[in-house]
Design a protein around this ligand. Structure first.
Ligand code: FE2
Length: 253
């Protein structure tokens, strides 16, 4: 019996197995190149919690992660699980999984010809970009709560507003640590171009405006998926995004 399916209803049809043995040497070598491209910058500019999480969950440079191995390390820490799915999920299935501490994780890996960008979600973005943060207890609680709040919403406008909270935290979040802007959002962690745009911004003058995190502004902030981000919101701690999610629940729930 599939124990994952036992806890999920709307997401159940999207659950798959990761066939780790089927990855080719070429695919492992693409993974290795992706990791090698990102790590020097991340060692300096990722937040401490991301880098800790990377080691806690046992990510390696040389091979595509075996999700069962990742989960053996992650689940005892925070009860989160990187759960293989077939691709993009409809919102109700996505939120159901977050609320159950199961992060929908694709198993496909982009090809060598699209190292910087892939329109389809892939295991590099999902695991390298997202999953290390799930080893952090406060971020772990925040993400589950976010899923619960969204799972209970039906109003389209309210869901769009909550989607902006996700975008400016989970996907494109930055945090101030020791007086510096550090990256934690998966879209910045997994994309060399997006991250460089932020890091080099103060020098080039072309980077995004970095504002202090403000829930009302975030809920109203439009964004384009297809362009470099023009504004980002910096938090002071991960407690701040957990508290913001509770406040959003009060406002919108
Ligand atoms: Fe993502």
């Amino acid at each position: 019996m599939n124990t994952q399916a036992a806890q999920l209803t709307v997401a159940e049809p999207f659950l798959i197995q990761q066939n780790w043995e089927a990855y080719t040497p070429e695919q492992h070598s693409v993974w290795a190149e992706l990791v090698r491209r990102r790590m020097p910058q991340l060692a300096q500019h990722a937040c401490a919690e991301y880098l800790e999480g990377f080691h806690i969950i046992g990510l390696r440079e040389d091979t595509i992660p075996d999700l069962a191995e990742v989960n053996r390390r992650l689940a005892p820490r925070t009860r989160w699980n990187a759960t293989p799915v077939s691709g993009f999920l409809p919102p109700d299935a996505f939120f159901e999984m977050l609320a159950a501490r199961k992060f929908p994780t694709t198993t496909y890996l982009r090809g060598r010809d699209s190292l910087e960008y892939t329109p389809e979600p892939d295991i590099f973005h999902d695991v390298f970009g997202h999953v290390p943060m799930h080893a952090h207890p406060v971020f772990a609680d925040f993400l589950e709560h976010y899923g619960r709040v969204c799972a209970a919403l039906t109003d389209k406008d309210k869901l769009e507003r909550m989607g902006r909270l996700f975008w400016f935290t989970v996907e494109f979040g930055v945090i101030r640590q020791n007086g510096e802007i550090k990256l934690y959002g998966s879209g910045l962690i997994s994309s060399h171009g997006e991250a460089t745009h932020v890091i080099e911004g103060p020098k080039t003058g072309a980077g995004p405006e970095i504002r202090d995190f403000n829930l009302d502004q975030v809920l109203d902030q439009q964004f384009l998926v297809s362009e470099m981000q023009k504004v980002l919101y910096a938090v002071e701690s991960f407690e701040q995004i957990y508290e913001a999610t509770k406040q959003a629940e009060e406002k919108l729930g």
